[in-house]
Design a protein around this ligand. Sequence first.
Ligand code: C5P
Length: 415
Amino acid sequence: MRRKILLGITGSIAAYKTLELIRLLRQDGHDVQVVATKSALHFFPVLTAEVFSGHPVYSDLFDPACSVRHIELARDADVLLIAPVSADFLSKMALGLADDLLSTLCLTVTCPVLVAPAMEENMYVHPAIQKHRKTLAARGIYEIPPETGPLASGKEGLGRFASLETIRHSLKTKLMQNERWSGVRVLVSAGPTYEPIDPVRFIGNRSSGKMGYALAAASAARGAQVTLISGPTSLPLPPGVEVLRIETAEDLGISMDRLFPEHDICFMAAAVSDYRLDRPHSSKKKKDGNTWTLSLVENPDILSGLSRQKSPGQFLVGFAAESDMNPEKLLEKLRKKGADMLLANDISRPDIGFSSDENEITLFHPDGTSLPLGKHSKIVLSNKILDEIEKVWRCPAASSNGNKDQPNGNAPLSD
Ligand code: C5P
């Protein structure tokens, strides 16, 4: 498959290897357009890159040839691969700075983005870089991890530019993954619901929304069309995701019922309040020295309602946050709710779950089989979940594209 690859080159010594990368990608049939940062220009011969790619190498945002083309470059790209990405450029991406052509393109593109870091070990393991890696991962940006080996300084360590074969393979699997997911419509509910007691008070829960937001980001990064119905959270919205904000379980139920028929896969990740006040106060209740008793009624189970209206081909995923991870009871919950998959996590553990960036999930299938996905960041878990869905669910759109026999495989992700 011929794809338009925007190859970003930044100021790392490993930039000299990208000449061979351009040659290999051209050999694979791709169209390669190089965009280099100013410091990258010190590390590779521009003319040779131009001959190998068959295009001018762009660098300066204010060069008239680039400034006219930069919107076009972003619009036409099937993938943006930044290889090597330096510590400086990785940090810029995480912060959203845009002071040259390549960093501007990072904010403009809507295609998948892959980065292959290359730097000294001390730089790579520095807390600042580790934090930025997590930020990028949460936005659905794929990292082709560096290897351990000889570094430019002469030392051995982690931070060596991934092999060209690894980069080529990661790119290929990412492009194939995008073929499979493009056109797939994913609906995700996330976060808590707030049930009003009076105009200022509410009943809520500890859900941060991070798991649902990570699923939305991971799905969008694969090229799916994602709608996120979010309860109150202050999380940044993943790029390329449409959001609808709700507060109460009732509003969530109405939106889910309305949007579910237009979607192929639905993740019911919201922590829906099981109860609401039967009659919320219309004005703020004042203290009066007496005990205040609230009368609560049960909210309808949205997930069960969706499973009743599910059409053939739709795939419904439920969650279970439990203090008792009894597999029998979890399977019973999966079947009772009519979901096609249940993702369970243990809320008795303080190190994972609700507001944590990490989680440990066990995945249950309706046939009684289960798969422990391990403890990972929520974005890594999301990708593992999507990989598992790829195995059991065939997107009708993907089958008609003739993609159904493509092997499963994902670009490595940062953990
Ligand atoms: O029954 P339990 O709350 O453990 O079920 C959790 C799953 O059910 C989650 O997927 C959650 O989003 C969904 N749920 C729902 N409506 C409710 C309560 C939970 O859809 N009222």
